[in-house]
Design a protein around this ligand. Sequence first.
Ligand SMILES: O=C(CO)COP(=O)(O)O
Length: 247
Amino acid sequence: MRRPLVMANWKMHGSRASVDQLIDGLVALESASRQNVVVCPSYVHIPRVIAGCADSGIGVGAQDCSHMHAGAYTGEVAADMLVDLGCQWVLLGHSERRQYHAESDDLVAAKLAAAQEAGLQPVLCIGETREQREQGEAFTVVARQLRGALADQASLAGLVIAYEPVWAIGTGLTATPEEAQEMHRYIRGQLAEFAGLDPEQTSLLYGGSVKAANAAALFAQPDIDGALVGGASLDSGEFAQIIAAAA
Ligand SMILES: O=C(CO)COP(=O)(O)O
């Protein structure tokens, strides 16, 4: 179902103290707003966030998961383990995973299948680099990432897509609302065309330098349902304003 989801990706940030402060800010939000919020801390902080957000309506997710089931895979975290902790969500295919850990579309597809099987709600992250956009390849790249991850899935129930142009992540450069809308419209069309998804049931989030100052204009676009927020989600006041803009 399309819903105004605002997700925090804390990336590799946080200490127990700073995580506690962020949780205090989130649980102090009014109840209706909290239902639209999902927080993705680093693995090590997940139990703390789940405990701190208990009964608040705030969802908790991981930033990645393994494509494999439990076994001798040092350093990996299985989707089942995340479910066992109480996670409901997982980000997959984030551009920082693709860039620094060489994650291919095939690997992202395998992770997505593992997440679905375990009962996690996956958020598939896609987006083009600056060079790809400048060369007029943005739509081709996004279509390839979508097909690569989704084409052979047994189930896509509850899937959320986050469009995060790589050139807008952490750079302060946001796609204009019109640029983001154009791509979101295109993605919705692709989902219907090859994945058999009802485009009106799939939430599409925008990510890339979302801030309090630009959130409302992005959310006003007809195909932008919410946001995946990095840097600004580490500032309680700023993040609360983004959540308010989505309501
Ligand atoms: O990568 C992002 C969220 O997953 C976006 O990060 P920023 O909001 O810091 O640009």
